[in-house]
Design a protein around this ligand. Structure first.
Ligand SMILES: [Zn+2]
Length: 243
């Protein structure tokens, strides 16, 4: 897949990066589920880097209380649909790529259609039960997903692609207890979202997942990163079927 003159100029600084593979990014298709704090920021970096086809899925509308962390949106956007707005903003950022907006949530029945032809799924969700649904879809469709979650002062990232790795249900099989709505330190998606984008871009260019069976945890109160390793769980209700 050849790059146009304007693409070569747009991506000039990253084309200089050792091992960079712009053609692979251009031919990639990624589903971003949720375009709020995490998904909006990771999708911005995927668009800017030239991932050829982004499918943005979110059924929500912008609320005033989103704006401490969802930097794709402005006060004037309150009440507008997030997926269409995100697609408009990211298309303006990079008109070279194809962006689809889908005003829907991921369910058991539509996941195959939403993820059709995708190489990777980005988790931009805001609750664990929806993530468990995404985890099942990822397993059923054999499409890896980049997990990201934030809660108060803590954020975490991982990559799931069973049976090569454990799945989310191996390590966190149930909805986690905690206050609703989830408390969120607004800058935290700005740490975790780009980590998800970095992992995604690395995977799309190389096919390698550098944090297999590891959870990277960042705590904003101590500014400490920690990596916790895990393994597949034989009794897992999702990926345990193939063990
Ligand atoms: Zn599992």
């Amino acid at each position: 897949m050849l790059l146009s003159k304007s693409e070569i100029e747009r991506y000039q600084r990253q084309l200089l990066v050792d091992g960079w593979n712009q053609e692979r990014l251009k031919s990639a298709r990624v589903l971003v589920v949720g375009v709020g704090g995490l998904g909006g920021i990771s999708a911005t970096y995927l668009a800017a880097a030239g991932v050829g086809h982004l499918r943005l899925c979110d059924s929500d509308r912008v609320e005033l209380s989103n704006l401490n962390r969802q930097i794709l949106f402005t006060t004037a956007d309150v009440g507008a649909p997030k997926a269409a707005l995100a697609a408009k903003r990211l298309s303006a950022q990079n008109p070279e790529i194809k962006i689809e907006a889908i005003a829907d949530t991921l369910t058991e029945t539509n996941s195959g259609e939403l993820a059709l032809g995708c190489d990777l799924i980005i988790d931009g969700l805001d609750n664990h039960s929806d993530r468990l649904r995404l985890n099942e879809a990822s397993y059923d469709l054999d499409i890896p997903f980049v997990y990201g979650a934030i809660n108060e002062w803590q954020g975490q990232v991982s990559f799931f692609h069973p049976p090569k790795t454990a799945c989310l249900a191996c390590i966190m099989p149930k909805e986690l207890p905690g206050p609703k709505p989830t408390p969120v330190f607004g800058a935290l998606p700005g740490v975790i979202g780009p980590l998800q984008a970095t992992l995604a871009l690395r995977y799309l260019m190389t096919g390698v997942d550098p944090i297999s069976n590891s959870l990277i945890i960042f705590r904003a109160d101590t500014m400490a990163f920690e990596t916790v390793t895990f393994e597949r769980r034989p009794g897992c209700g999702v990926c345990g079927k193939t063990m």
